[in-house]
Design a protein around this ligand. Sequence first.
Ligand SMILES: Cc1ncc(COP(=O)(O)O)c(C=O)c1O
Length: 498
Amino acid sequence: MAAAAAAFSTHAFLRSVSTPALIVDGDAFDGNLAAMKALVTPLQARGLTVRPHAKVHKCGTLGRRTVDALAASGLCCQTVAEAEEMARAGVADLFLTNQVVTPAKLDALIALLLWRPAGLPTGLRHLGLLVDSDAGIDAALAAVGRASQARGEPSCALSLYVEVDAGQNRCGVAPPPRSNAVLTLARRIVAAAAADDDASAVGHGGGVRVAFGGLQVYHGGIQHVRTAAARAVAVQAGPAAAARASVALLEADGIQVPAVCGAGTGTFLQEASAGTHTELQPGSFCLMDSDYGANEAPPSPPAVLASEEAAAEVGVAVNGGFHQAVFVAATVISVGGGAGGRPHKAVLDAGVKALDLTAGPPTLWDWRRARPFAGACGGQWAFRKGYDEHSVLEFVRSHGGGGGNGAGDDAAVAVPGQGAVLGVGDVVLLQPSHVDPTVNLFGRALLVRRAASSAAGSAASSAAGSAAGSAAGLGERFVEEVLEIGGRGLGSAALFRC
Ligand SMILES: Cc1ncc(COP(=O)(O)O)c(C=O)c1O
């Protein structure tokens, strides 16, 4: 949708929004892309590739911008719906970083691979799928077989990657020396690819060419280890060790490993430093959440960015880290309690249908200062409890605080221009504790910018400029675009197969 013509003061803008609403700060988003670009450019120069994860935003528009900004090899997705949304947005190379074993979902993915949309330059040219069992390989090859009978185009490639458990104890085969399953599965994929080549040589084999893509060795559980030093230790003990042992086993068997994929926002520099991973797949960096905000930024310069120039170039990004770019706006619909007419309870119109609370409560956000409210000056509003459609905030007085009505009280509330007292109709911004499942609760988001910036200008802005800009004053905001969060739900996969 086109940008709205009017610019609002931030407070007027927030009051114009139908809450609960998902708001993406386009300036902060672009700043995060610029910060990531500064970090990964030296790595790309050394041959690593970057494939950001789209599960965080599930939005084709944002996915496309991410690929373009980072010269990425493509995107990662976690679901069929996300893959369909990214393909519709014109991303030609996708890696589904989850085990998919049901025929209906595999058929939908292969159909996506064979899809040649009118009006898009390519359609999907390459799809990666993960397996960690013989049954998974059987299911994927069976889906390719079904598609081949239908005779698709001959030019699309399906890579099967073996997932190795890096210590999270979720999906993935145990790494050597505990298990040789990675070798067993890789041999099967290599054999299937060779058979596919033979079939193609005699003009048989349908539209999907199967190949061995390599390994995924990812550990989500260590992304939020708070200090960079501890994350580095965790990467060495987990994904780096598992990747090293797996690659050594395959190479000793004569199997070349085209790629080792993994890493998230918390550890991608550490996997790159370890030298074990060739493709990095961070996701949350572009929108961020309070759980990631609590991570200590990596030391500057990180060891992986060896040269002085590279370090100088990324210094701001590394020190400043990534900035919060997504919020849930909620309206105060009821207030109560409190002596002297000052409410100490405020009820918001956003509960667990608009906020994922599994990683803890959201944080009240001060947009003027681009950080959470500090809680100085007599206390702060704290998130007490989330219900289906309600959240309850409580004003908690700090010991020794004045609790007066001075200008400083503004720091304790989340409503630009409203002073310390939250009233019915006021709008607050909440920083999600966990971004992916919160975004998943919304069908659309408002992409908002400061009126002074233009899309082109901010896309080109440096990490330093963006970081400073995010912290700039109240300014004016305008809605640049309504984003469709199209990658939710099942996608076009059949609900059941007869
Ligand atoms: C397999 C995989 N890779 C990469 C990521 C991206 O991690 P983050 O969002 O922490 O950057 C995730 C996130 O859950 C993931 O599951």
